[in-house]
Design a protein around this ligand. Structure first.
Ligand code: TXA
Ligand code: MG
Length: 538
């Protein structure tokens, strides 16, 4: 399919776009929030094409876009008086209302819900297209599912060239984040998604407003949520995003410790100077929230590159429009937020078998610290975590029988196929990390995360310090033979299958070499634990 670009400045564009839509086609439309991927919202076949083009899960309903507030009654019933007041105050504009749907709205638009999300966007070209087409447009944000939203026609072209009929180029979007969604279908109004209309503005009209907990917390995949879209990973570039809170200097110190070449920093314009060594990209001014909402998605798209590894992101504080930025960034980061001052002091400990990690771990637990043994976590998850097992089973059919994993069978598949092993690791690393986060104590504590795969499992970014425990090979072999009762040859092959000490040392902030007596090693560990920061940080 040839995707045509229609200029917003051309007066024939609304007519052409409306014609394509009336023929059941897909047209990307500009709005004040983000670009939408539009089709005839009353035509199930046309709507189905949106789901295919976006790769969108079928249970995630679409917003119906109308050209005038009074069209609300054509598609919604039992409309409370408050909805009229909100429309009067904010339409056309970045507000979506969830209301009981009339039967004329097809089930595929509402994903089978009895309600429909409706909004009148503040963009003249798009309102003309809707009016000319004579039908409401179903339109999700035009990005591919899971990716950062599109705020320019070029973004849309990047995601959908050859997959949709046309793109209407209306220039960059003014607001830059998707509309605020408020649910008016059921008792007290509920904020489902923060956006350009703030909770404060809504409360002025509504009085009471509940903020749904999915706005600021991670939602389990199978949870029942009010806006189905909230449970999916969203807005995420193809690299890891970690939000670094705290004052500028504490954040800089944290980033300095964790930054490796290729990583990036996403920050405010005012911070560009201080982050110069860390390849910074600014998305707006912290003193002007409108610049942050307008710039966020373009920046996240620029960072959409798996070779970056980690993006350390600065996030605005406070209420109002800052909530919309926080919500998008938190979702992009999978809710991984670090406060370099107030959090736990986490030491990530890694190194090969037989190096003597347990000496250090034992000392940390004697000091009152919490030790999380990732190997044990992993084996427990293999036995108990249904979600992980079902992810393994759906990737490697036949390896889980009656809820029990056949490890030999799985081993046979993954040890001869590097890609399969990588996919298995992606599943297990994610589950282990989630479990580690769950195991962290509630009060600030000293914590040791013991993981041979500290880096592969993306656990290192959680740590304030990473330390490699290393030891000469002959010493390790002696220990393994004694401790595990295995042959020297087998001990040697186990060691050779792991990373080398030099690699562990290169990856970590510190190295503790266990190359002398037990007593000497204990002294080294103590010097490390009572050296700058760690014990004092408690
Ligand atoms: O600014 C916007 O709202 C943009 C532009 C194109 O209008 N559209 C947009 O659509 O962001 P989308 O599909 O990316 O996000 C719509 C959100 C999803 O989280 C969806 O689950 C939720 O609205 N939603 C749709 N219908 C709903 C309903 N009946 N009840 C609750 N949530 C609903
Ligand atoms: Mg979206």
């Amino acid at each position: 399919m040839n995707t045509i670009m229609l200029s917003g400045a051309d007066i024939s564009t609304p007519c052409k776009a409306a014609a394509i839509i009336n023929q059941g086609g897909l047209v990307a439309i500009p709005t004040e929030t983000v670009y939408g991927l539009a089709a005839n919202g009353l035509d199930p076949e046309a709507v189905a094409k949106i789901f295919i083009a976006k790769g969108r899960p079928q249970d995630n309903p679409l917003i119906l876009h109308v050209s005038e507030a009074n069209e609300m009654e054509r598609f919604c019933h039992s409309i409370p008086e408050s909805a009229y007041r909100l429309a009067e105050a904010f339409w056309p504009g970045p507000l979506t209302m969830v209301l009981p749907a009339r039967d004329c709205v097809p089930k595929c638009t509402t994903a089978g819900l009895s309600t429909v999300a409706i909004r009148c966007p503040d963009n003249d070209i798009t309102r003309k297209i809707i009016a000319l087409a004579g039908i409401p447009l179903a339109a999700p944000s035009a990005n591919l599912s899971g990716k950062p939203s599109t705020t320019t026609a070029q973004h849309v072209l990047h995601d959908h060239d050859g997959r949709i009929d046309a793109i209407v180029d209306g220039g960059p979007c003014r607001v830059g984040v998707e509309s605020t969604i408020v649910d008016l279908s059921d008792g007290t109004p509920r904020l489902l998604r923060p956006g350009g209309i703030t909770p404060e503005q809504l409360r002025e009209i509504l009085g009471e407003l509940i903020v749904d907990k999915a706005v600021s917390a991670s939602v389990e995949k199978d949870a029942v949520v009010k806006a189905p879209g909230m449970k999916y990973r969203h807005y995420a570039p193809d690299c890891r995003v970690v939000i670094v809170d705290g004052d500028l200097l504490a954040a800089k110190a944290y980033i300095e410790r964790h930054f490796v070449p290729g990583n990036r920093v996403l920050c405010f314009e005012e911070e560009l100077d201080i982050f110069t060594p860390f390849s910074p990209l600014a998305y707006g001014k912290s003193s002007d929230m409108d610049t942050l909402t307008a710039g966020l998605f373009a920046a996240l798209r620029e960072l959409d590159d798996p070779s970056i590894g980690t993006v350390f992101a600065r996030c605005p504080k406070g209420n109002g429009k800052a909530l919309a930025v926080q919500n998008r960034l938190e979702k992009a980061a999978g809710f991984q937020r670090i406060n370099p001052r107030k959090e736990h002091f986490i030491i990530g400990i890694t190194g090969g078998t037989g190096c003597g990690k347990s000496t250090l771990l034992h000392m940390i637990s004697q000091l009152g610290g919490t030790v999380i043994d990732c190997d044990r976590v992993y084996h427990r998850l293999l036995e108990t975590d249904e979600q992980m097992l079902s992810a393994i089973e759906s990737r490697f059919p036949g390896v889980v029988i009656n809820g029990i994993l056949d490890r030999k069978k799985l081993g046979k598949v993954v040890f001869s196929d590097e890609n399969a092993l990588r996919e298995l690791n992606a599943i297990t690393h994610k589950a282990v990390k989630e479990e580690v986060l769950r195991l962290l104590p509630d009060t600030p504590s000293l914590i040791a995360i013991d993981a041979i795969g500290l880096f592969e499992g993306n656990l290192a970014p959680l740590c304030n310090r990473t330390v490699a425990v290393t030891a000469p090979e002959e010493m390790r072999i002696r220990r393994l033979v004694q401790r595990d009762g295995i042959s020297e040859e087998y001990a040697r092959s186990r060691i050779r299958a792991q990373r080398t000490d030099a690699e562990f040392a290169r990856l970590c902030d510190f190295t503790l070499e266990n190359n002398d007596t037990e007593e000497a090693f204990r002294k080294k560990c103590l010097a490390f634990l009572f050296g700058p920061d760690i014990i004092k940080a408690e």
